[in-house]
Design a protein around this ligand. Structure first.
Ligand SMILES: [Zn+2]
Ligand SMILES: [Zn+2]
Length: 242
């Protein structure tokens, strides 16, 4: 066995596991958990995008546009940034965190930031607020993936970036997956509130954190809690964009 073979064998012993996307190999790519080839397959959102929801748009970067969805269904939230468009690989990555509970996948966050220009500046020095789970869901899942994402993002962004888990889901809502855009909006209306004892004094810039952006209904319902409390500067950042 050559030196690389020995090194890979040793890494397998020290870091057992596999790429969360293709489920092969592990920890052999500059410390990344996912293979570099799998990270290459993710549809990183760089360049032109909708200035509200962050959707990729086929226009020159200098023209600021709002996509048809955002024109038809205006968001309360100021703007959204997502790391990548959801494809098979993106879904697999998020699935490993959200349903697999593989928290160490979040250790790859620095590699993701390298591939999405401007993402780090979007969240830096802001208060990152994870979208909360209802306590029943929290009990059955055992963790909130949005909190994991927020914590890792804050760690990588550094500076004055902090995580404040200050929202709670006061109403358990049915899954959004099969609902239309309007049904989603009604489904999550008034489902969120500030936790008792929350103090946002001295904070100004807020970024809600979730695993995926789909229609923005959940993020908007969270944003409205902050808007009603007198905090207008609410943005959102997610890993995937559906
Ligand atoms: Zn892979
Ligand atoms: Zn849009």
């Amino acid at each position: 066995m050559d030196w690389k073979g020995w090194k890979d064998a040793l890494i397998d012993v020290v870091f057992p596991g596999e790429c969360p996307i293709c489920e092969q190999g592990a920890y052999r790519n500059d410390g990344a958990f996912a293979c570099l080839s799998c990270l290459d397959e993710l549809l990183w959102i760089n360049g032109a995008r909708c200035k509200k929801c962050g959707e990729s748009m086929p226009v020159p970067v200098s023209i600021e546009l709002i996509c048809s969805n955002c024109r038809e269904f205006p968001l309360s939230i100021l703007s959204v940034r997502s790391m990548f468009k959801l494809n098979e690989q993106g879904r697999a990555l998020i699935h490993s965190i959200k349903y697999g509970g593989v928290k160490r996948v979040m250790g790859d966050a620095p590699h993701w930031f390298h591939r999405n220009r401007g993402f780090i500046n979007f969240i830096k020095d802001a208060v990152l607020i994870p979208v909360p789970l209802h306590r029943r869901k929290m009990r059955s899942r055992g963790f909130n993936q949005s909190l994991w994402i927020a914590e890792e993002f804050a760690k990588v962004a550094g500076g004055r970036t902090v995580v404040y888990d200050c929202l709670e889901r006061v109403r358990s809502t049915p899954s959004q997956t099969k609902l239309s855009r309007n049904e989603r909006r009604n489904n999550v209306k008034n489902a969120f509130a500030l936790r008792a004892g929350t103090c946002l004094d001295g904070f100004n810039e807020f970024v809600l954190i979730d695993d995926v952006y789909t229609t923005g209904s959940t993020l908007d319902a969270c944003a409205e809690v902050l808007l009603k409390s007198g905090y207008p500067k609410v943005r959102a950042a997610t890993m995937g964009h559906g």
